[in-house]
Design a protein. Structure first.
Length: 56
C-alpha cells in the first residue's frame, strides 16, 4: 500500500512544477520560431507545387 505524502514530498513536487514552468516560459520564443519556420516551409512547398524543388 502507498504511504501518505509528507511535507518533503510535497515540497519536491512543488519545486519540480516551478522548474518545469520556468523551462517552458524560457523556451517559448524557440517554440514560436519553430512554428513560424514550419509554416514558412509549408507555404514554400505549396507555392512550388510538387513539393521539393529539384536541383539542375
Amino acid at each position: 500500500m502507498a504511504r501518505a505524502l509528507g511535507i518533503v514530498d510535497l515540497a519536491i513536487i512543488a519545486i519540480l512544477i516551478i522548474i518545469a514552468a520556468a523551462i517552458i516560459y524560457l523556451l517559448r520564443p524557440l517554440v514560436i520560431a519553430i512554428a513560424i519556420i514550419a509554416a514558412g516551409y509549408l507555404v514554400y512547398r505549396w507555392y512550388t507545387g510538387k513539393g521539393l524543388v529539384r536541383l539542375p
